[in-house]
Design a protein around this ligand. Structure first.
Ligand code: PLP
Length: 425
């Protein structure tokens, strides 16, 4: 392992992160299980990219079949992309019926922001102050935690609003958040930059997935629309049935965005991403920019993405996620009753977690405690992580086939690990 770490540093450069104090060297995956180079088995409670399970046979077969027939780009006619976009857009409400396919979520967000500029003639973008939307020059500015030292001065177009936090900020109806968005809109307009778009993950997953009732995002979306801007929902993490109650998390939030971006789970690990928008926005963008992406929407990517949709629908994985989320919530609440260090429990279908605090009154984040739990779980054979502004919330976001028997294993291990870790708080 030391050799691999040294080779990485020499070949990939410094500051290339790995998970855990002791990195994991994974060599094989199947369903919700991973194996390391020593043959040790891990329960994957973290990875949302292998959405329908690691090495899902239907997806693997679809990729192999198409790769052994043809793979080119979208400047030739091919049914694959059309059949896929038809099936994909059938999961959206009107008027979201046209798509661009890319290779990464970052590219999709980058296009979405340019669509907002094309539609409004303005450049001001609003995001939360604890988010991540990707790594292009423009999109990287959306992440306050990772503001680059180089970036062509594009940060002047960004305004960050305080991320929602259901444990610390009382905002039951989303009015407080909407007021912050309005302040940022006013500031952009006064500065002469003007307001083009609000971009958010509808579950605020990177922010720590605060508990919100259905429709919570509506007031902020209304503020954006009143000001003539676009609403962009980044569903790179939250989409494709993960939230359980709906196929897309914006539907849970009672909002029909102008643009929805997607990626990670879309091809089950094959690099396919994209966005869906209205015919009007698409036409305006296509007129203002002749967009082409060499790999985006190629026949192999579309075959992989189609197989993911088929698998989700045939195995009813969205409803499975809904049921598992409720079950996970109950089981985590049992742990919360036992361990005061759990300050809050969250779930939104197949994404759930617990926020650790040092004190229920001050709600001081138990940051190093969370880190210890994550690392101890890794040593016990459970892959999970942490997120949120303070990185003190467990990030449990497994492949969708994660079932009750896996939850039992996870909760038993968490119970023991938290019990051990609280002794040295
Ligand atoms: C919400 C969100 N949007 C966009 C991205 C960027 O996607 P990609 O890494 O495919 O460019 C990420 C990646 O972590 C993400 O979490």
């Amino acid at each position: 392992m030391q050799d691999l770490v040294a080779r990485r540093r020499a070949l990939l450069g410094p500051n290339v992160s790995t998970f855990y104090d002791e990195p994991v060297h994974i060599v094989r995956g199947e369903g919700v299980w991973l194996w390391d180079a020593d043959g040790r088995k891990y329960l994957d409670c973290y990875n949302n990219v292998p959405h329908v399970g690691h090495c899902n046979p239907r997806v693997v077969e679809a990729i192999c079949k198409q790769a052994s027939t043809l793979n080119t780009h979208t400047r030739y006619l091919h049914e694959g992309i059309l059949n896929y976009v038809e099936r994909l857009t059938a999961t959206f409400d009107d008027p979201l019926k046209t798509a661009i396919l890319t290779c990464t979520g970052s590219e999709a967000n980058d296009i979405a922001l340019r669509m907002a500029e094309a539609m409004t003639g303005k450049r001001g973008i609003i995001a939360t102050d604890a988010t991540y939307h990707g790594n292009t020059t423009l999109v990287s500015h959306l992440s306050k935690s990772n503001v680059p030292e180089v970036g062509f001065g594009l940060d002047q177009y960004l305004r960050h609003v305080e991320a929602p936090d259901s444990l610390r900020i009382s905002d039951p109806d989303g009015q407080h958040f909407a007021a912050k968005v309005q302040e940022a809109i006013d500031d952009l307009e006064q500065s002469g930059i003007g307001f083009a778009a609000l971009i958010v993950c509808p579950l605020f997953l990177n922010e720590g997935f605060p508990t919100q009732k259905e429709g919570w995002l509506k007031p902020a979306a209304e503020a954006a629309r009143r000001a003539g801007g676009l609403v962009i929902c980044d569903e790179v993490q939250s989409g494709f049935g993960r939230c359980g109650t709906h196929f897309w998390a914006h539907q849970k939030q009672g909002v029909i965005p102008d643009i929805v971006t997607m990626g990670k789970p879309m091809g089950n690990g094959h690099p396919v991403a994209g966005l869906v928008t209205s015919a009007e926005i698409m036409a305006r963008f296509r007129k203002s920019f002749r967009y082409f992406n060499t790999f985006g929407g190629n026949p192999v990517s579309c075959a992989a993405a189609m197989a993911v949709l088929e698998e989700l629908q045939e195995k009813q994985l969205q409803d499975h996620a809904r049921k598992m989320g409720l079950l996970a919530y109950d089981r985590l609440m049992e742990l919360a009753a036992k361990y005061p260090v759990i300050g809050d429990v969250r779930q939104s279908g197949m994404v759930f977690g617990a926020e650790f605090v040092l004190d229920h009154d001050s709600k001081e984040p138990a940051v190093s405690f969370t880190d210890r739990v994550v690392n101890k779980m890794r040593h016990r054979g459970f892959i999970l992580s942490k997120l949120g502004r303070h990185k003190n919330t467990l990030k449990i976001r497994p492949p969708m086939p994660f079932a009750e028997e896996h939850l039992d294993l996870l909760i038993t291990a968490l119970d023991e690990v938290i019990g051990e870790a609280v002794k040295s708080i």
